[in-house]
Design a protein around this ligand. Structure first.
Ligand SMILES: Nc1ncnc2c1ncn2[C@@H]1O[C@H](COP(=O)(O)OP(=O)(O)O)[C@@H](O)[C@H]1O
Ligand code: SF4
Ligand SMILES: [Mg+2]
Length: 340
């Protein structure tokens, strides 16, 4: 069965100015050869530290940033260079929820105006039914009864309620995929859990698939089926969530897992690990060989010169590390002995 959404060897490079005679001084390799697939009804996490290229990848998937190379496919068909009509259909099928629910809502628009716009543009319901449909959407995201909320403005809502409104806007056009970029990162922990539960419920009710972008592995564990780990514009490991947590095969994933709170505090980690040191290197000049070698606690000389190939493991786990087979011997990175 073909994937619902597929990203093939996608690159997004940004020339940056400041060179002599107006020439670019360099090129930011924000996304540098990413391939991934999203199946129907799947929740796929894309994780990694700030600056690793997650938002750029999301924007390229949504057609908001033009890729330098590569392809994005929906139902096996390329979405690059689509006609206006086909692009509109794609934009309806693939919606986005952003991190900051305040910034992504127009403060001068009522909730009704915000929800009515996509309903009108895509002709989802007859004009006479716009208010009823907008109220129904609010109820679907837990703001019930919906009608009294319709004439309020964003500032009259809490952060959690605003994110519910953003989610209502994204599901208004009955999409198939939602790309959520740090959608719960700005929310308090208790509210975060509620929004995650809402997104999970909507997934079941509407048959949605998600690309769930986050720097927080705790969120991944509670929500996502599969994980792609990004480092400096590339995917360094991917696989089913439980496998990634039980035995990460890339030291970077292991470091992220190590930093993640244990699900059961009575369980002990295998051993304490050194936290990930140093900053992510500049994407203007990614390190040669393995891009992680400047920070890797188990790097060897080959890592500085040879880019690691993909190593494949049971259950569809894939890691780009020369020594992925040795992961079980690393003195860090598993969520407790019982997890292995
Ligand atoms: N329009 C742009 N021009 C130049 N550099 C950019 C642009 N957008 C993003 N970047 C750079 O690309 C890298 C990846 O950014 P981003 O995709 O926002 O990462 P993340 O979402 O993982 O934090 C960063 O180094 C960022 O500064
Ligand atoms: S290839 Fe080498 S530097 Fe890269 S993650 Fe593996 S051990 Fe570390
Ligand atoms: Mg981002």
């Amino acid at each position: 069965m073909s994937a619902l959404l597929e990203v093939r060897d996608l690159k997004v490079h940004f020339p940056v100015g400041g060179g002599l005679f107006g020439k670019p001084a360099g090129v930011v390799h924000a996304v540098d050869g990413v391939s991934l697939t999203l199946a129907r009804n799947e929740i796929l996490a894309v994780v990694g530290e700030s600056g690793c290229g997650k938002s750029t990848l999301a924007r390229a998937v949504l057609g908001l940033t033009a890729p330098t190379a590569g392809d994005v496919l929906l139902d096996g068909e390329s979405v690059l260079g689509l006609s206006d009509v086909a692009l509109r259909r794609y934009r309806r099928a693939v919606q986005m929820v952003f991190q900051d629910p305040f910034e992504s809502l127009n403060p001068r628009k009522t909730v009704f105006a915000t929800l009515a716009q996509p309903l009108r543009i895509h002709g989802i319901v007859p004009m006479a039914d716009l208010r009823t449909e907008a109220a129904r959407l609010l109820e679907a995201v837990g703001l019930a009864p919906g009608a009294p909320y319709l004439d309020r403005y964003p500032h009259q809502f809490s952060g959690g309620q605003r994110q519910r409104i953003c989610i209502a806007r994204s599901i208004a056009v009955r999409p198939r995929v939602i790309v959520a970029d740090e959608a719960v990162s700005a929310l308090d922990i208790s509210i975060r859990a509620q929004i995650l539960a809402l997104m999970k419920t909507l997934q079941g009710e509407m048959g949605l698939s998600y690309v769930f972008i986050t720097h927080d592995l705790g969120v991944v564990r509670s929500l996502c089926d599969r994980v792609c780990v990004m480092y400096l514009g590339q995917i360094v490991e991917e696989g089913p969530t439980e496998r990634i947590f039980a035995q990460p095969r890339h030291p970077y994933t292991a470091a992220l897992v190590e930093a993640c709170p244990l699900p059961d505090p009575r369980r002990a980690r295998a051993k304490a690990a050194p936290p990930l040191s140093g900053d992510i290197p500049s994407p203007l000049k990614p390190p040669p060989g393995c891009r992680f070698h400047t920070r890797c606690p188990v790097a060897r000389p080959v890592c500085a010169t040879e880019p690691p190939p993909e190593r494949r493991f049971a259950g569809g786990q894939v890691a780009r590390c020369h020594f992925a087979e040795e992961a079980a011997t690393w003195p860090f990175g598993r969520l407790g002995a019982a997890a292995a």
